[in-house]
Write a protein that binds this ligand. Sequence first.
Ligand code: NAD
Length: 326
Amino acid sequence: MRILVTGGAGFIGSWYVRTLLDGGYLGYEQAEVTVLDKLTYAGNRGNLPERHERLTFVQGDICDLPLLLDLLPGHDAVVHFAAESHVDRSIDDAAAFVTTNVVGTQQLMEACRRTGVRRVVHVSTDEVYGSIESGSWTEEWPLAPNSPYAASKAGSDLIARAYWHTHGLDVSITRCSNNYGPYQHPEKLIPLFVTNLLAGEPVPLYGDGSNIREWLHVSDHCAAIHLVLTKGRAGAVYNIGGGNERTNRQITDVLLQLCDAPPELVRLVADRKGHDLRYSLDDSKIRDELGYAPAVPFEEGLAATVAWYRENPQWWAPKDRTGVAG
Ligand code: NAD
């Protein structure tokens, strides 16, 4: 079994690859893994073992069709994580989001089709559904993405689906809620707040902090992706949720406690443009069909995540902060 993982040097992709290499997925202990990653600002080669007998690392772009056509033959499956992933950056400049997320996904699906890859999982997000005041989205909910990031992910979902419908590509699509855990880039809410608070610096809370997100530990997301890879149906979409809905204010209060930081460090800042109020997934399909059940209790997972950032300042502290963080 040979699996190609795009974006495998990023936050979630690297967790998936490390777990594969550690033999963490039953029946895949001998799987050979190829990581294809452009190593943008968000990718970090150090998130993966420097050397491993079952790992091949290729620095490259999913938009590069000749590279994909060269690389893919011999692979049984592709798990597609690579993306531009930060909403705020997509508000500042959406071009790279359309290029990587839409065009890159199309090039990847095309290469999978041409080289006869037997199984593909396209990793997407709950943000494609927009915002929901009450209740939860099922997979049949219309797509109404609000940020350029979410719109580019919705576009990539539809491309993946079209390659299934038109060409019979065996691809499933996952839509997960917000992830947290170690190795997440400090631009995202939880690691930004943790690393700032550990360094004794203020944290910027958008608006009045009432926006609600549903949180899932990265290990549960990756386990669900692997379940979809091995048991999911072609052309099907699977929501992956955790049921842990929290306001940003609630998250901030827990992080203040876990980091032993004073509440004065919280600064309310002007709200994000077009900020979605609430995300909530109905994930009964993957639970009923594939037996998915998240394993990490939120409070435990969050405490372990804070402990990891506390113990690994060399991973996140920029040079001008080194020493402060340690
Ligand atoms: P990330 O930003 O940490 O990592 C993205 C990785 O993709 C990086 O290693 C980067 O170098 C690589 N990459 C970017 N452009 C590339 C290109 N053109 N070619 C090859 N590699 C490229 O992102 P993440 O948080 O790990 O998210 C991974 C996937 O999961 C994304 O598709 C994202 O939309 C999805 N997702 C993320 C979350 C979350 O909470 N982080 C939730 C649901 C879904």
